[in-house]
Design a protein around this ligand. Structure first.
Ligand SMILES: *Cc1c(COP(=O)(O)O)cnc(C)c1O
Length: 380
């Protein structure tokens, strides 16, 4: 390992991923399938490793973003269904067939070519037809659903494997009625778009983690948890009662680079946005925004040192930040610093970090995971 990056590591606890999958499994009825959502490099946890952990816990269906992620899963030896949540580019049709991927579909473009390529190889590509039930994102309008379903069921190389939608309001208190109406739109579509006799009916699915936790009536035939598998609840505190016992899998650890005493009245970091009110013992840490630790949390953030929370002082730099260790005389250069995760009795989670930054846990996991070297703690 060379360079400052080697001070820092994102640790991924594969056992936590497995435990979370099992917790989710216990929340849905045995006959209902689970699509482990591993898009965005498994929310920063590493696509192959995370999918492997979920597969080990029984997952046989995975949701990825792009074709490239789908191919990576196949090259890693993952079996089971791999769903391309962002659909497919007609120019990628040959790879979709070759790697046995199942695209989400929300337009007729490229379907004929995809069917021909599959049929030429004696295959059928499973596709998941997406309805926009009120998300205002990809998906077809309810009025177009039947037409597109008929196109799919009429093409010999395609199989209508699923009919799906997505909840925009599943984590919003008071929106349950709207969610129910949106689920009913999908159900109505499923009732109309029946495949020819002898062909299995498509799986209906709509539930992300929030709907999975709150709305058992929306589990359909398959649920699509993402954030919950990584150990975080999507629910605000008012709805926390619907939560599950989950274990955050990601931590961000580093080391103290230097410890020194500064006199009172000493400005710290760019802009001197913090000036020491009294003599201060300062720990310099090699973590900054280039390591995914957002500069926007300057003035609010804390870090764990010596098993305690201490404030980060002044502006967070590109590869460094400074913490106040005046209350911790034992801390010295080389000691572990935890920016995300547990140290002793203390814990800083992605939800807390997200609060400091005015965002959600998802964004910080993606960012911190992508910008650091990842180490995996093995399953046993
Ligand atoms: C990302 C995503 C999910 C998972 O959502 P979480 O809130 O992380 O559980 C489910 N379905 C689709 C279509 C998604 O894009």
């Amino acid at each position: 390992m060379i360079g400052a990056a080697s001070y820092n590591a994102v640790e991924i606890d594969l056992k936590a991923l497995r435990v979370n999958y099992e917790a989710v499994r216990s929340r849905v009825a045995p006959g209902i399938r689970i699509m482990a959502v591993v898009k965005a490099d498994a929310y920063g946890h590493g696509l192959e490793a995370a999918a492997g952990a979920f597969a080990g816990a029984g997952a046989d269906c995975f949701g990825v973003g792009t074709l490239e992620e789908g191919i990576r899963l196949r090259r890693a030896g993952l079996d089971g269904e791999v769903v391309l949540l962002l659909g497919f580019d007609p120019r990628e049709a040959a790879e979709v067939v070759e790697y046995r991927l199942s695209p989400v579909v929300f337009a007729a473009d490229g379907l004929e070519a995809l069917s021909r390529l599959a049929a030429d190889r004696g295959r059928q590509v499973g596709v998941h037809l997406k309805l926009d039930a009120g998300m205002g994102r990809f998906g077809v309008a309810p009025a177009d659903l039947t037409r597109l379903a008929a196109i799919i069921t009429g093409l010999p190389g395609l199989r209508l494997a699923g009919m799906m939608s997505h909840f925009p309001l599943a984590d919003v208190p008071g929106a349950e009625t709207r969610c129910r109406e949106q689920w009913q739109l999908l159900q109505a579509g499923g009732a109309v778009c029946l495949p020819p006799a002898g062909v299995a009916r498509p799986l209906l699915h709509m539930a992300n983690s929030a709907a999975l936790l709150r709305f058992p009536w929306a589990h359909g035939d398959l649920v699509r948890p993402g954030i919950s598998l990584y150990g975080y609840s999507p629910l605000p505190v008012e709805l926390a009662a619907a939560g599950l016992a989950l274990q955050p899998a990601m931590s961000l650890r580093s080391r103290v680079l230097q410890v020194k005493m500064l006199p009172a009245g000493y400005g710290i970091s760019y802009g001197h946005r913090y000036v020491t009110p009294a003599p201060t013992r300062l720990a310099v840490l090699p973590v900054g925004y280039a390591d995914g630790y957002p500069r926007g949390v300057s003035g609010r953030a804390q870090v764990l040192l010596g098993g305690r929370r201490v404030p980060i002082l002044g502006t967070i730099c590109m590869n460094a930040c400074m913490a106040d260790v005046s209350a911790l005389p034992a801390v010295q250069a080389g000691d572990e610093a935890v920016f995300l995760g547990r140290q002793g009795e203390e814990f800083i989670g992605a939800d807390e970090l997200a609060d400091w930054h005015g965002t959600i846990s998802y964004e910080l996991l993606c960012r911190i995971g992508a910008m650091n070297q990842r180490l995996y703690t093995p399953l046993s």
